[in-house]
Write a protein that binds this ligand. Structure first.
Ligand code: NAG
Length: 344
């Protein structure tokens, strides 16, 4: 797609998204673009430096973008079904992807070549993660297992298989030597690989997204009862719950800001919701997409200050409607909305 067409499309899309808004003003704090015509985007990842963004979805392609110019930098082809997850290495030289074709692939960012393809699971791969030095891949699957792959080994077998879940595992996170999983069986499992310990906490409803807090003291989990909950990592006690969004059917993503002050979740009606982590109060809510927000990614380094106008990208969302949205500052979005309303 030509840059011009892309721009024209993104413009008409933004217009249709928020007709009542003064687009020229809003464009400074939000940009929305169409990543993939007629197909959903399941992945959007702010690459570690925050200057790039990876997207992927039903078109089986993984795309690297400059989110500031909305320029497509590179396309990675190789999966034979939709791509459900991706994560870049810390040095941004490689990334890993997981697909419904049951495979996990490792890519070289610069050359666009697939370095390693692993026939990882007997079902779709829901989520993938890389450890800190990009030597271990962890994959979670619809086949209800989680597997660890050592990239330094030439073996085709996983170095570890975690078979405890009794249903699909849509949610996965990694922190040091701990693996966190959320499963459709309604259980959050935290595996301490060094100590060989497992802590399991039952939520009841299917758990679709799990995240370690950045301070590594808490666990955030989204479940299909329409709640995002915060738990103490060590004893499982409930520290907070966040709701108001719609989440009963699809995997919507959740996340914590870099400073752990803000909880974010997508909604099945296309809204992004932000809450204060401590008191659970809703801070922000806006419909950036026309359909389910299936991926959400905070800028890896920028603190999100709701009261300060930050010029940097701070949060990216992606939707089944095929669009990706970069929100530079929710405070600016709020101000623009308030201004537009008072103008009318
Ligand atoms: C869990 O741990 C936290 C922090 O150490 C503590 O404040 C809380 O009382 C504990 N809850 C239970 C049920 O043990």
């Amino acid at each position: 797609m030509s840059a011009f067409l892309l721009r024209a499309l993104s413009l008409s899309l933004s217009l249709s998204l928020s007709l009542s808004l003064s687009l020229s003003v809003l464009c400074r704090c939000v940009c929305v673009w169409l990543c993939s015509r007629d197909t959903s985007v399941c992945v959007c990842v702010c690459v570690t430096s925050g200057d790039y963004c990876l997207t992927a979805g039903r078109d089986r392609l993984i795309k690297l973008w400059n989110p500031h110019t909305q320029l497509l930098i590179k396309t990675y082809k190789g999966h034979s079904l939709e791509v459900n997850s991706a994560e870049a290495s810390r040095d941004n030289s490689r990334f890993v992807s997981g697909s419904s074709d049951k495979a996990v692939m490792m890519w070289d960012v610069a050359t666009g070549q697939c370095i390693r393809k692993i026939r990882a699971h007997s079902g779709p791969v829901n989520d993938v993660r890389l450890n800190e030095d990009a030597t271990i891949i962890v994959s979670a699957s619809y086949d209800s297992t989680v597997k660890c792959w050592d990239l330094r080994s030439a073996q085709h077998e996983p170095v570890q298989t975690l078979p405890e879940a009794t249903d699909s595992v849509p949610g996965l996170d990694l922190s040091g030597h701990e693996i966190l999983t959320g499963s459709v069986d309604g259980v959050i499992r935290n595996y301490d690989m060094r100590m060989g310990k497992l802590r399991a906490d039952t939520v009841g409803d299917p758990v679709t997204c799990v995240r370690f807090s950045h301070d590594n003291n808490c666990i955030l989990a989204a479940s299909l009862d329409g709640y995002v909950r915060l738990f103490d990592k060590d004893n499982g006690s409930l520290l907070g719950s966040y709701t108001g969004h719609v989440n009963s059917e699809f995997k919507v993503d959740c996340g914590l800001s870099y400073n752990d002050a803000i909880v974010a979740a997508g909604s099945e009606d296309g809204h992004l919701h932000l809450w204060d982590l401590v008191n659970g109060k809703e801070l922000f809510k806006h419909q950036f997409h026309r359909n389910v927000i299936c991926a959400l990614s905070f800028h890896p380094k920028t603190h999100m200050h709701l009261n300060l106008a930050s010029p940097q990208m701070c949060l990216a969302t992606a939707s089944i409607d095929g669009t990706v949205c970069i929100i530079k500052s929710p405070a600016d979005v709020m101000k623009t909305l308030a201004k537009t309303e008072s103008d009318e």
